[in-house]
Design a binder for this molecule. Structure first.
Ligand code: PGA
Length: 254
């Protein structure tokens, strides 16, 4: 089963709307027309309206960094799936470790968001990954398996083609420390086994599993060459066109 690479930029809390427009313009002029690799940028909510007009005529897709699981109502400060769809958002990052760490998001909370995203035709990029302590105690696979099982509970099989996972070891996020190619492959392969138990072999082999955690042009090719690594979720290196495009180019070579 061939899976098209997805290179997604997680801009986190960076870039004003006008800076976002400039960066997307640069990305578009370098890779906006190519179709070999799927490209997505995830700016802050405040930039989505302006940038949705920009990406309309290009192959660059738009993603959001979070959303609320409820359709509407008294949830001050929150944004719904329908609001994102209205701005032509295609992907939504859910369960990022920073959301889990700073905002108390559990697998159960993230599960509700994933189901709401799917109901609204948004493609969730479901983030999972272990802490340094968990890795050092040999618990990586247990932790990640549990995140996959709980986060994807009741996920409808008919929507499997819209599901993306991102394995992001927490100790590698924003630290400059990257998992080795072999470490990434070991966990990705294990995630695919769990997906296979949950959804069957055919579905499991069609789901893209991205790697995230200090991916940059210099290490992208090695990581992306691993059999079960289907793209990257890029933080720091997605904030300049040069490094983000460098990663897309590395993906094109693999
Ligand atoms: P990083 O972030 O590339 O800066 O390590 C990745 C992420 O948090 O998604």
């Amino acid at each position: 089963m061939s899976r098209k690479f997805l290179i997604a930029g997680n801009w986190k809390m960076n870039k004003t709307a006008s800076e976002a427009v400039d960066l997307i313009d640069e990305i578009k002029s370098s890779v906006g027309g190519q179709t070999a690799v799927q490209v997505c940028v995830c700016p802050s909510f405040t930039s989505l309206a302006k940038t949705s007009e920009l990406v309309e005529q290009s192959e660059v897709l738009l993603g959001a960094q979070d959303m609320n699981a409820s359709p509407s109502g008294a949830f001050t400060g929150e944004v719904s799936a329908e609001m994102l769809r209205d701005l032509y958002v295609s992907f939504v990052i859910l369960g990022h470790s920073e959301r889990r760490q700073y905002y108390g998001e559990t697998n159960q909370i993230v599960n509700q968001k994933i189901l709401a995203a799917i109901d609204n035709n948004l493609k969730p990029i479901y983030c999972i990954g272990e802490t340094l302590e968990e890795r050092e105690n040999g618990r990586t696979l247990d932790v990640v398996r549990n995140q996959v099982r709980e986060g994807l509970e009741n996920f409808p099989s008919k929507s499997i083609e819209n599901l993306v996972l991102a394995y992001e070891p927490i100790w590698a996020i924003g630290t400059g420390k990257t998992a080795t190619d072999e470490m990434a492959q070991e966990v990705h392969c294990d995630i695919r086994k769990v997906l296979s138990e949950m959804f069957g072999d055919a579905a499991s082999s069609s789901i893209r599993i991205l790697y995230g955690g200090s991916m940059k042009p210099e290490n992208a090719e090695g990581l992306l060459s691993q059999a079960d690594v289907d793209g990257g979720l890029i933080g720091g290196a997605s904030l300049t066109a040069r490094s983000f495009v460098g990663i897309i180019e590395a993906a094109q070579k693999v």
